[in-house]
Design a protein around this ligand. Structure first.
Ligand SMILES: [Zn+2]
Length: 400
């Protein structure tokens, strides 16, 4: 802000004016926070460190040929303690990039939409005061500095939050004299100057002694490596077999989920969207036929249940043969729901077994890998919500 005013007043920028601008921007921050956020030290918890190293080493390690090394990117979660220390408590792996070091200035490997989504979900789940306090990425074999793209990314974090920092991990500096644990923290000195800003190293304190940090992480990484191949096979099984085949076939043979017709405009209006959600569970064929393809099985079940409900209501009023008929209706509907229940339970049994195997390395999976699990969970629960409702309606406990 100050910079703009000054450059407007006298058109040319010389070194002196930039320097005075720098001072005033920093002075403003100090006035606002009581400290200089740019110089604020950080604390790195082992929990965050193990995820940075664990995910980073999946794509660049000593056993791989350097030409196959790839950079990875993630976010840092934590808090700011009394404006005096940035506490890095967690690190979430997000995405793997292209080959490391090759034209990395140009590459745009960060899918921001995806990241925003996970951040949003996380902030809702956690109910803690922790938030995104920065980002991390790896520089396999090329050390600690900010490329122009890195500067731009850091600006994205540091402009809204002057305390935000970036962590770089380079596994080749692991156990080096200078960077014993392989990481460095960086922050821009003058983010108000955008891409012209210089950067500096942040003083990072570690939760454990350096030797302990590295010793512990090496054991963790060894365990991850042992399991990762198997886990990736499980993920592939969830996606290819459980989702694309089992769930797809369940919906094909015993379709319950309404499939939106392609030409229907997707609404951005939240109220309308919410209404759409409701319609998925409240049976209204006239409305549905306009917007959805209704699966035959769903239509049949809705009709059969409605027929029984009408009959039972009538019998209840007349007070004859009610119990006998209710029993018959129950048995009929339950037998129709028998197969989809059986298929669903079998599918979910297999899914649970997969998740048990995946869970030990879940922390080292990235967005795309976690999405496979999330997507299957959300699709199967969509099916189950309807199935469950039909199951309970098959009991015919009619109100009035
Ligand atoms: Zn970089």
């Amino acid at each position: 802000m100050t910079k703009k005013k000054e450059t407007n007043q006298n058109d040319k920028i010389d070194l002196k004016s930039i320097k005075s601008t720098e001072l005033s921007a920093t002075a403003q921050l100090i006035k606002e926070y009581g400290v200089n956020p740019i110089k604020t030290p950080a604390y790195l918890a082992y929990n965050a460190y193990r995820k940075i190293v664990g995910y980073g080493l999946r794509y660049a390690n000593d056993e791989m040929s350097p030409k196959d090394w790839r950079e990875v990117y993630g976010i840092l979660i934590g808090s700011i303690e009394d404006n005096k220390k940035v506490m890095i408590k967690d690190a979430i792996p997000m995405v793997v990039g292209d080959r490391a070091g090759v034209k990395y200035e140009n590459k745009q490997y960060v899918d921001m939409a995806q990241i925003d989504e996970s951040i949003f979900e996380r902030s809702i789940q956690d109910k803690k005061n922790d938030f995104i306090i920065g980002w991390w990425h790896t520089h396999p074999g090329f050390g600690f500095f900010y490329s122009p793209v890195d500067c731009m990314t850091q600006l994205g974090y540091q402009i809204p939050n002057p305390f935000a920092l970036g962590i770089i991990f380079d596994h080749t500096k692991f156990l080096s004299d200078e960077y014993f644990i392989g990481v460095a923290g960086l922050r821009l000195n003058n983010p108000d100057q955008g891409m012209l800003s210089t950067y500096d190293f942040v003083n990072v304190e570690y939760e454990l002694e350096k030797e302990q940090m590295t010793k512990k992480v090496k054991k963790t990484v060894k365990d991850i490596n042992k399991q990762m191949d198997k886990v990736l096979k499980e993920l592939n099984y969830i996606d290819e077999t459980l989702r694309k085949r089992a769930l797809a076939q369940l919906q094909r043979n015993y379709g319950l989920i309404l499939v939106p017709k392609k030409d229907i405009k997707v609404t951005k209006n939240e109220f309308e969207a919410e209404e759409d959600e409701n319609y998925l569970y409240v049976w209204d064929p006239d409305f549905f036929k306009k917007s959805f393809r209704i699966p035959k099985f769903r239509e049949k079940m809705e009709n059969e249940i409605a027929k029984c409900e009408n009959l039972l209501r009538k019998l209840k009023q007349e007070g004859i043969k009610y119990d006998h008929k209710k029993d018959k209706c129950q048995k009929k509907i339950e037998s129709l729901l028998n197969k989809p229940n059986e298929w669903y339970n079998k599918m979910m049994g297999a899914f649970t077994k997969c998740i048990e195997k995946v869970s030990s390395v879940y922390d080292y999976l990235d967005t795309n890998e976690r999405k496979i699990i999330e997507y299957f969970e959300s699709r199967s629960s969509e099916y189950y919500k309807i199935l469950d409702k039909l199951n309970s309606r098959a009991k015919f406990e009619l109100k009035n």
